[in-house]
Design a protein around this ligand. Structure first.
Ligand code: NAD
Ligand code: ZN
Length: 346
């Protein structure tokens, strides 16, 4: 079968033929409906080096945002999982036996150091192929919802959802403001989730005017790039600052914008993995504010994301690519030319 393979560190992936997988015990074989191209894949094949935190040894098939139809059940899988029906796959795979995995939070598996891979599509073959195998207990049923548009939800939906959920106590009550920086795959869905779950005014920014226009359609007030950016954000909040900020870029200047516009007691979540830094001192930090990071989400979160999708509260903005154009999807993603999320439809 055709697949997008990450063959070597610091090398653009290849479109090549690999054997069709078969499901192991507790797994299912999914016929892939759609696989999203996440910006983290660019870090995987462009920047990560052997032994670096997060690096996963090649070769493997990319694609950690997958939806598809169950084609075959592996040994021991309950017939509650229905052959022929559409499911979204939760990507992270922990040991399955620690207290984090027990509550569906495989991202923070306590035995991660001894796991051979992080996730489907990160160290183990992913969904940029005609078929992929996934653990059966990581499937979320999609019913009659479109599985191609759903594919990005397993990361571009789940990650902002988890980040927003952790920040909800900061956004309860009237007169609250949230800031979203970076309006690509994750950020656009982040805006939709904030609008659906909170009454906060959502302020959003991106270097690309078309990304800002889409965020406005999703109910955000947008601010352009430039020297007055932080001042403009603060003015919208009446000078108080934002109660929760989400940085989907994560370079030093975007972390600075978010930190400099934070209200007292505000919470900044750095989601983008660009590795930017921020100096802390007593005098330059709003009182009792927080800076944190986050990684993906839980299986339970993903069920809730699917509920929001099926209720029409999340509408992923998907640009579809055929299998033979899959590498073009990554080229466009790197060039900043993707509108919303690129999804490969094999
Ligand atoms: P994307 O390429 O779809 O979107 C990034 C957006 O940021 C683009 O719209 C781009 O124009 C904008 N941008 C770039 N530089 C900017 C700047 N200086 N100021 C404002 N906007 C800027 O990427 P994505 O797939 O949405 O991923 C976003 C980030 O989140 C990446 O770093 C990715 O690796 C990371 N990520 C983290 C997790 C996690 O669990 N923490 C999960 C998935 C992705
Ligand atoms: Zn575990």
């Amino acid at each position: 079968m055709r697949a997008v393979v990450f063959e070597n560190y610091e090398q653009f992936p290849s479109l090549t033929d690999v054997p069709k997988p078969s499901p192991g015990p507790g797994e299912v074989l999914l016929r892939v409906a759609g696989a999203g191209a996440c910006h983290s894949d660019v870090s995987v094949y462009r920047h990560f080096k052997e032994g670096q935190p997060g690096a996963q040894r090649p070769p493997f098939v990319l694609g950690h945002e997958n939806a598809g139809w169950v084609e075959e059940l592996g040994e021991g899988v309950s017939e509650r999982v229905k052959v022929g029906e559409a499911y979204l796959a939760y990507g992270p795979i922990g040991c399955g036996h620690c207290r984090k995995c027990a509550k569906g939070q495989d991202t923070y598996c306590e035995n991660v150091a001894t796991m051979p891979y992080l996730a489907v599509g990160l160290g183990r073959d992913g969904g940029m192929a005609e078929y992929v195998t996934v653990p059966a207990h990581h499937l979320v049923p999609l019913g009659d919802a479109d599985p191609v548009d759903a594919a990005p939800l397993s990361d571009a939906g789940l990650t902002p959802y988890h980040a927003v959920k952790q920040a909800l106590p900061h956004l309860e009550g009237g007169g609250r403001h949230a800031l979203v920086i970076g309006l690509g795959g994750l950020g656009q869905i982040g805006v939709q989730i904030l609008r659906a779950l909170t009454g906060a005014t959502v302020i959003a920014t991106d270097v690309k005017p078309e990304a800002r226009a889409r965020a406005e359609q999703n109910g955000a007030i947008t601010v352009g790039a430039g020297a007055r950016q932080a001042e403009e954000i603060r003015e919208i909040t009446g000078g108080r600052g934002v109660d929760a900020a989400f940085d989907f870029v994560g370079i030093t200047p975007t972390i600075a914008t978010a930190a400099d516009t934070l209200a007292q007691g505000g919470r900044l979540t750095v989601v983008g993995i660009a590795g930017g830094t921020r100096e802390f001192s007593f005098f330059t930090t709003p009182y009792e504010s927080y800076i944190t990071n986050t990684y993906w989400g839980t299986v339970e979160d993903l069920w809730e994301v699917v509920d929001m999708y099926r209720a029409g509260q999340i509408r992923p903005d998907v640009e579809r690519f055929g299998m033979e154009d899959a590498l073009e999807a990554y080229r466009k993603l790197e060039a900043g030319e993707v509108s919303g999320r690129a999804v490969v439809v094999p």
